[in-house]
Design a protein around this ligand. Structure first.
Ligand code: GDP
Ligand code: MG
Length: 766
C-alpha cells in the first residue's frame, strides 16, 4: 500500500485534513502542539487504498524540538511515497519556510493550500499556477474543514508518487551553493541517501549532522573562514535562512492577490488580520484583566450548566410548588428557572425514574424475588441511570470548552498563565496538557510529550488530575447537591465552579512545591505564536461531543456496570454469603470492610465522627471504588442509597432543593455528614490517585521509577489537603495553625534551597 505523510506547521489543519481523509476522529484544537504522536489511517477513494500518516506539527526540519526530530526521521528513514505539505494559505510566508526545506529531500511533494475558504471569504485569490511553477511541485487549493479539493489533492499525490521527484534547493547564494554541492558530492561518495538534504543541514551546522559526519566539518569550516557577508558575517545558518525568506517573499508571496487586485505581499495581509485579532487580544490577554475575564467566562459556563436559579430570576419571580410539580420540575422550581443544563438533566431523570418504576412493576408482575429485583433494578439500573443523568451536563460543559478551545481563546489563556506559571516553575506550554485534563487525564498525560524538560514533564503529569475531568464531574455535582441541601443555599453552580478553581489553584501549589523540592530546575523558555481567532466549526464540535459520548457509553457498560454489580453484591451479602435485605446493610461485607478503614479517614471528616453514627463507611467505600473509575463514586452512592434510605426512612429531604439528585442527596443527608466533611471528601477525590487508566498512562509516560513516587505523591497530597480542608471548615480557628504550618514549611524549603543552590545547568554537548 502506498503511504503519504502529512507534514506542516502546527495549527495548519493537518489533523482536520487527516480526519476528513480517513474518517478518523482525532483531536483537533486551535493551538499549536496538539498532535504529538503520529497517527495512521487509510484513504479509500482512489483506485487503490493509500495509507495516511499525520505527523506532528513543525516549523522546520532542524532538530530543535522532539516533534521536529520525529517528523524529520520519518521522512528520511521511512521514505513515504509522497509528502503532502499542508500550508495555511492565510499564513503563506511562515508556512513556506518549512516547504523550502522539504523540497531539499528526494521525495515527491504536493502542496495542500489549506484554509482556502478563508481566502475566498476575504475576496482574495492565490495564483497557484505561478506558485507551483516557483516551487516546482503541484499546488492544490483545499479546505480541510469544508472538505473541498480533497479528491484532487489525493489524485495529484498519487500521480506524483508514481512520477517521483529529484531533490532541489531554492537557496541562492553563490558561495553557499558551491559549498553545498561539494558536500553533496562527499555524501554521494559515502553512499548516503538524500545527499542534498544532509549537505544543506550540515552547512547549517545542524546538531544531528555535525554529530554524524564529523569528518566533513572541515570542508564547512574552510568555506566559513572565507565568508564575509555584509549582514551576517560568516554565519552560514543565518545566510541560508535569509535566502529562504528572500525566495518566499520575492517569488511566492507575490502570488497572493488581494481582492482590490493590487498585488501585496502575504506579509501585509497577515499584518492586517493580526490587527483585528490584536484588538481583541488587547483586552483578553491584558495583564490585569486577563485572568478575571477567564474566571468570569468559566463562571458563566458553569451557571448555564449547573444553576437551578438561571440568571437569578428566582429573586424577581416566584413560582408555586404546584406549578413546578405539574411540569415535573423540568423548567422551574419555587427557587427559580432552571438553566439549560439542569433542564436537560431533570428531564432525563424524570424519564429514567419513570423507567425504574416500570421495571419495578414488571418484576413484581413476573414474581421476581427481592434479590433479583434489588440486584437488577436498584443495583445495575440505579447505578447506570445515576451516571447517565450527568451526561447532558458533561456534554454541555465540553461543548463550551470545545468552543473556547477551537475559537483560539484557550491558547490565549495559556499565554496569560505563562506569566504566572513561570513563577511557579512551569511554562505556559505545560498549561495545554492541563487544559486537556478537564476532558480526560489520559490524552492530557500523553500530550506532555511536547514538554522537553523531564522534570517539568513529571511535575505536569502529576498535577494533570487536579484539573477535574469529566468523570469527576458527577461527584462534584452530586456532593454539591448534598451541600446545597445541608446549607439550604441554592448555589450548586457556584460550588462546582469553586471546586474547579480550587483544583487549578492546588495544581499551582503542587507544582510550586515540586519545582522547589524534588523537581528543581530551570523553566524552559516558552514561545508560542497565538493562532488566529476563528469561528469554531460545527463538525469539529460534534466530533468532540460524539467522542465523549462514545467513551462514556463504553465505560458505563464495562467498568462501571461491573463495579456496580460488585458493590451491590458486597452490600447485600454477609460474610456467610447470606442475602441481606436493604435494612440490614450495616451487617454486609461492604460495611465491615469499609468500617475497617474508618480510622484512616477520621482526620478527613468521614470516619469515626459521632455525627456519622457509623455511616462513614459509605464514603470510604465510594472513594475506594473511585480508584477504578471516578464515575464509581456516585454509582456506589446511588447503589447504596436505596438501602440506606430504607434504614433512615425517617429523614424527609427538602423536596424543592436538589430534587435532581434526590436519592443520592437523601443518602448524604441520611448519613449525617457535616458540610466540612463533604468538602474534604471532594478535595480527597479530586486530588488523589486518578482512575486505573490514568495511572497506567502515567506509568508509561513518566521516566522510569517515577510511578511509585507519583502514586505516593497523589495519596499524600490529597490526604493532607483534605485533612486541612476538614479541620479548617469544622473549627475555623484551626486555619491559623494550618496557615502557620504552611508558612513554616515554605520558609524551611526556601532556607534549604538557599543553602543548597542548584548546580549550574550543564551545557548540552553537541
Ligand atoms: P494541526 O495542528 O495542524 O493538526 O491543526 P488542526 O487540524 O488541529 O486545526 C487547527 C485549527 O484550524 C482548528 O481550529 C481547525 O478548525 C482550523 N482549520 C483547519 N482546517 C481549516 C480550513 O480548511 N479552514 C478553516 N477556516 N479553518 C481550518
Ligand atoms: Mg494536529
Amino acid at each position: 500500500m502506498k503511504r503519504f505523510a502529512l507534514a506542516g506547521n502546527p495549527n495548519s489543519g493537518k489533523t482536520t485534513l487527516f480526519n476528513a481523509l480517513t474518517g478518523a476522529t482525532e483531536y483537533v484544537g486551535n493551538w499549536p502542539g496538539v498532535t504529538v504522536e503520529r497517527k495512521i489511517g487509510t484513504y479509500k477513494k482512489l483506485s487503490e487504498p493509500v495509507e495516511i500518516v499525520d505527523l506532528p506539527g513543525i516549523y522546520s526540519l532542524s532538530p530543535y524540538t522532539p516533534e521536529e526530530v520525529i517528523a524529520r526521521n520519518f521522512i528520511i528513514d521511512e521514505t513515504p511515497d509522497a509528502v503532502i505539505n499542508i500550508v495555511d494559505a492565510t499564513n503563506l510566508e511562515r508556512n513556506l519556510y518549512l516547504t523550502t526545506q522539504i523540497l531539499e529531500m528526494k521525495v515527491p511533494v504536493v502542496i495542500a493550500l489549506n484554509v482556502y475558504d478563508e481566502v475566498i471569504k476575504n475576496g482574495d485569490e492565490i495564483d497557484t499556477d505561478q506558485l507551483s511553477k516557483e516551487l516546482g511541485v503541484p499546488v492544490v487549493k483545499i479546505s480541510a474543514i469544508k472538505e473541498t479539493g480533497l479528491k484532487e489533492l489525493m489524485e495529484t499525490a498519487l500521480a506524483e508518487s508514481i512520477k517521483g521527484r529529484e531533490a532541489r534547493t531554492i537557496i541562492d547564494v553563490k558561495k553557499i551553493n558551491e559549498l553545498i554541492e561539494s558536500l553533496e558530492d562527499e555524501f554521494e561518495v559515502k553512499g548516503v541517501s538524500n545527499p542534498l538534504f544532509h549537505a544543506v543541514k550540515l552547512a547549517e551546522n545542524d546538531e544531528i549532522e555535525v554529530e554524524n559526519h564529523k569528518d566533513l566539518i572541515e570542508i564547512v569550516e574552510k568555506v566559513k573562514d572565507k565568508l564575509d557577508d555584509k549582514t551576517f558575517g560568516n554565519d552560514i545558518e543565518a545566510i541560508i535562512a535569509d535566502s529562504r525568506y528572500k525566495f518566499i517573499s520575492n517569488k511566492c508571496s507575490v502570488c497572493y492577490k488581494k481582492s482590490s487586485n493590487v498585488e501585496v505581499t502575504a506579509g501585509d495581509h497577515f499584518d492586517q488580520r493580526l490587527t483585528k485579532s490584536d484588538k481583541i487580544d488587547k483586552v483578553l490577554t491584558n495583564k490585569w484583566a486577563g485572568i478575571p475575564i477567564f474566571l468570569a467566562i468559566l463562571f458563566v459556563i458553569f451557571h448555564i450548566t449547573f444553576s437551578s436559579n438561571f440568571l437569578f430570576f428566582g429573586k424577581f419571580i416566584g413560582f408555586s410548588e404546584e406549578a413546578a410539580d405539574a411540569t415535573l420540575g423540568i423548567f422551574f422550581t419555587p427557587d427559580g428557572i432552571n438553566s439549560p443544563g439542569v433542564m436537560l438533566q431533570t428531564a432525563l431523570i424524570a424519564f429514567t425514574d419513570w423507567l425504574t418504576e416500570l421495571l419495578h412493576q414488571l418484576f413484581e408482575v413476573m414474581g421476581a424475588g427481592s434479590f433479583i429485583t434489588g440486584l437488577i433494578v436498584d443495583g445495575i439500573f440505579a447505578g447506570l441511570f445515576s451516571i447517565l443523568s450527568f451526561l447532558p451536563q458533561i456534554l454541555l460543559l465540553f461543548l463550551f470548552f470545545a468552543i473556547l478551545e477551537d475559537s483560539g481563546y484557550m491558547a490565549r489563556v495559556a499565554f496569560i498563565l505563562d506569566r504566572i506559571f513561570r513563577k511557579f516553575g512551569l511554562s505556559g506550554r505545560a498549561f495545554m496538557p492541563m487544559i486537556m485534563g478537564f476532558g480526560c487525564s489520559v490524552p492530557a498525560m500523553i500530550n506532555t510529550r511536547t514538554l522537553a524538560d523531564d522534570k517539568e514533564r513529571t511535575a505536569t503529569i502529576r498535577v494533570i488530575p487536579f484539573f477535574s475531568c469529566g468523570a469527576k464531574l458527577p461527584i462534584l455535582v452530586g456532593v454539591a447537591g448534598g451541600i446545597v441541601t445541608l446549607l439550604g443555599w441554592n448555589g450548586a453552580d457556584g460550588i462546582v465552579f469553586g471546586i474547579y478553581v480550587f483544583g487549578m489553584c492546588m495544581a499551582i501549589v503542587a507544582a510550586l512545591l515540586m519545582r522547589n523540592t524534588s523537581m528543581r530546575g530551570e523553566v524552559p523558555p516558552f514561545i508560542m505564536e497565538l493562532p488566529a481567532y476563528h469561528k469554531p466549526s460545527f463538525k469539529a464540535l460534534m466530533i468532540h461531543l460524539w467522542d465523549k459520548t462514545k467513551h462514556f457509553v463504553k465505560k458505563a457498560f464495562t467498568v462501571i456496570i461491573a463495579s456496580t454489580i460488585l458493590i451491590w453484591l458486597l452490600s447485600h451479602l454477609s460474610f456467610k454469603f447470606q442475602y441481606l435485605e436493604d435494612e440490614e446493610i450495616t451487617s454486609s461485607m461492604l460495611a465491615y470492610v469499609g468500617r475497617g478503614l474508618l480510622w484512616l479517614f477520621t482526620p478527613l471528616g468521614f470516619g469515626y465522627q459521632a455525627n456519622l453514627d457509623g455511616w462513614g463507611f459509605v464514603f470510604v467505600v465510594g472513594a475506594v471504588s473511585g480508584l477504578i473509575a471516578k464515575e464509581n463514586v456516585i454509582t456506589t452512592f446511588s447503589t447504596l442509597a436505596t438501602a440506606i434510605n430504607a434504614v433512615n426512612s425517617s429523614i424527609v429531604i427538602d423536596e424543592a432543593l436538589g430534587e435532581e439528585v434526590a436519592p443520592v442527596v437523601a443518602m448524604i443527608q441520611a448519613t449525617g455528614i457535616h458540610v466540612s466533611g463533604l468538602l474534604a471528601y471532594i478535595a480527597f477525590n479530586l486530588l488523589t490517585i486518578p482512575c486505573f487508566a490514568a495511572v497506567a498512562t502515567a506509568k508509561a509516560e513518566l521516566p522510569k521509577g517515577q510511578i511509585w513516587k507519583t502514586i505516593l505523591f497523589w495519596l499524600g497530597f490529597s490526604y493532607l489537603t483534605a485533612a486541612a480542608v476538614y479541620v479548617c471548615f469544622e473549627w475555623w480557628w484551626t486555619s491559623f495553625i494550618v496557615v502557620a504550618l504552611i508558612v513554616g514549611g515554605v520558609f524551611a524549603i526556601h532556607y534549604y534551597n538557599k543553602r543548597h543552590p542548584l548546580d549550574a545547568p550543564k551545557v548540552k554537548e553537541a
